[in-house]
Design a protein around this ligand. Structure first.
Ligand SMILES: Nc1ncnc2c1ncn2[C@@H]1O[C@H](COP(=O)(O)OP(=O)(O)OP(=O)(O)O)[C@@H](O)[C@H]1O
Ligand SMILES: [Mg+2]
Length: 291
């Protein structure tokens, strides 16, 4: 049995003609799964449905064997870090967690130890008595993870958790999720390709509410192999070259530019695609098909 099974899920918001999710079918297993997609692709909508905060228009999903029609049972199983996590700014970190622990029905006598453990896990022990409004962006996201883990969930759903973090914090944050995913399921959404490159090899690419791809990062790279090329272009021809090619990388030297670009075919030298290039190729192909 898959941890999450999504079948033919469609979500249409009122006042919006095109569906945010369009007959989406997807299975997610234990470990880390990266959901990639650009702005408006439908990532947050999918996560809100899985966490029972929104209801699908048609179709269904099952989390750990429990259908969406049993929202409380699902909420007991999952932890969720929303895209714009905010918290009462004047509470201290420890009090904020105690408050949430109470809401999550963690017994009062177990709360102290549980909160101490969570703070240690997310490296915020030193900030236990700091007010939430005094935390940096990275610390706030780590508090967000701590709150999502308060009920020791089997499934953790995190919506673009690394946006706005500096590189050091991003890496620390990814490692935290990776540790957690060794025994459970983590569904991570992002539009930053390197986030999934570093943390997971199971990915799904969402676009206009449809799944363009699901599989391993290697399979996505394989699919783009033969469609990424490099070329050395003299300085005076560089502008024209850029206008006529889909450039993925440019390094300019004194009298020439080194380009990598994406194309269905080319007489230039093929190169091994990076994950980012493979992702771009997939998007291009889809747009080319007029969808
Ligand atoms: N409450 C809502 N009412 C109407 N339309 C909405 C609502 N929430 C989202 N949408 C629309 O549904 C589509 C999918 O939005 P969603 O927030 O799920 O995308 P996303 O992939 O999370 O994007 P982002 O990367 O910007 O967070 C978008 O076109 C968005 O405008
Ligand atoms: Mg979103």
């Amino acid at each position: 049995m898959h941890t999450i099974e999504i079948t033919n899920l469609t979500k249409t918001y009122r006042k919006k003609p095109t569906p945010a999710l369009d007959h989406l079918t997807l299975a997610v297993d234990k470990g880390m799964f990266g959901l990639l997609g650009k702005n408006g692709a439908g990532k947050s909508t999918l996560m809100k449905i899985l966490t029972t905060l929104e209801q699908p228009t048609t179709g269904n999903a099952v989390v750990c064997g429990i259908p969406l029609s049993q929202p409380q049972a699902i909420r007991d199983l999952i932890g969720y870090l929303p895209q714009n996590f905010a918290f009462y700014p004047n509470m201290t970190v420890a009090n904020a967690l105690a408050y949430l622990a109470t809401l999550a029905n963690v017994p009062v006598r177990a709360q102290r130890q549980r909160i101490a453990q969570l703070l240690a896990d997310v490296n915020l022990t030193a900030k236990a008595h700091t007010k939430v409004r005094q935390l940096s962006g990275g610390m706030l996201q780590r508090l967000g993870i701590a709150q999502a883990l308060i009920n020791n969930p089997q499934v953790l759903i995190v919506d673009e958790p690394t946006a706005g973090l500096d590189p050091e914090e991003r890496i620390r944050f990814r490692n935290l999720l990776t540790d957690f995913s060794s025994e459970r399921t983590v569904l991570l959404s992002t539009h930053i390709v390197s986030d999934v490159e570093a943390t997971t090899n199971q990915i799904g690419v969402l676009d206009h509410g449809q799944l363009l791809f699901t599989g391993t990062t290697n399979a996505l790279i394989t699919a783009a192999t033969g469609h990424v090329f490099q070329a050395l272009v003299p300085r005076e021809a560089a502008v024209q070259f850029k206008q006529t090619h889909q450039i993925s990388e440019q390094v300019t030297q004194a009298d020439q530019s080194h380009f990598r670009f994406i194309a269905a075919s080319s007489s230039q030298t093929p190169v091994t695609p990076t994950l980012e290039e493979a992702y771009l190729y997939l998007q291009t192909q889809h747009e080319g098909a007029g969808v």
